[in-house]
Design a protein around this ligand. Structure first.
Ligand code: ATP
Ligand code: MG
Length: 223
């Protein structure tokens, strides 16, 4: 864990101040404007000092598909977040073998940063529901405040009801953000059939996808 925690941005220097650290987790295959708007709106709504963008380690498969190489997903995350002074891409999860549970990431961040740094885990309306299914949901709740952002196609009130019925004492802040019906799956699909993804993600990410032939059907020469 040593190297990856040393790469984390410093926060919490003034012991008399409280700092707020956002964590935006995801597969980011690829990162897109939905992720960036969510993190930026959460940063502003909760007055976060920094937001870590943490691509997940590579599972062998996610929902029956292979996930792109972690280095590609990380590189796109760096490109997409480069211009925002509050956004920091993090190698923390991709530098660990296999898939890292969010609870372990949050524990490591909790250990790394001083007590005057509060943790805020940012999710969309779909992902907040997944947290309830995690085996360590109770510990997640004790380590971080959750931020649940609206996402087209997912009902935030259903998420709210599930959280309320869970019996777990989550501190959840629900935020309404400008609706972007963008998903990584849709971007992969568009690229695979040769359609444009311009303005769904940054020019830099789009360029990276095309240059490195990500999401093109395997075994076919398309260009
Ligand atoms: P995939 O289609 O592969 O599942 P995705 O677009 O859902 O990709 P993820 O990497 O799975 O992206 O999501 C990371 C986080 O970003 C999750 O918390 C998810 O809810 C949130 N998120 C993704 N897209 C949006 C969006 N358009 N609006 C709000 N939140 C989003
Ligand atoms: Mg998703």
């Amino acid at each position: 864990m040593g190297l990856s925690t040393r790469l984390l941005p410093p926060l919490g220097a003034d012991a008399h101040k409280t700092y707020r650290l956002g964590i935006m987790g995801g597969t980011f295959d690829p990162i897109h404007y939905g992720h960036l708007v969510t993190a930026e709106q959460a940063r502003e709504a909760l007055d976060l000092d920094l937001v870590l963008f943490m691509p997940a380690g590579s599972p062998a498969f996610k929902q029956d598909r292979s996930v792109s190489d972690a280095e590609d997903r990380y590189a796109m995350t760096v490109l997409a977040t480069a211009a925002n002074a509050a956004f920091y891409p993090s190698r923390f999860e991709i530098d660990r073998p296999g898939v890292t549970y969010t609870v372990d990431t949050l524990s490591a961040l909790r250990e790394h940063y001083p007590d005057n740094v509060e943790l805020y885990f940012i999710t969309g309306a779909d992902a907040i529901m997944d947290i309830l299914a995690w085996h360590d949901a109770q510990r997640v709740a004790s380590l971080a405040t959750l931020i649940a952002a609206t996402r087209p196609g997912y009902d935030i009130d259903t998420a709210r009801a599930h959280i309320a019925a869970s019996g777990i004492d989550f501190d959840v802040r629900y935020i309404e953000i400008p609706a972007l019906a963008i998903s990584s799956s849709n971007i992969r699909e568009l690229v695979s059939v040769g359609k444009s993804v311009r303005y769904l993600t940054s020019e830099s990410v789009m360029g990276y996808i095309l240059k490195n032939h990500l999401y093109e059907p395997k075994g076919e020469c398309r260009r």
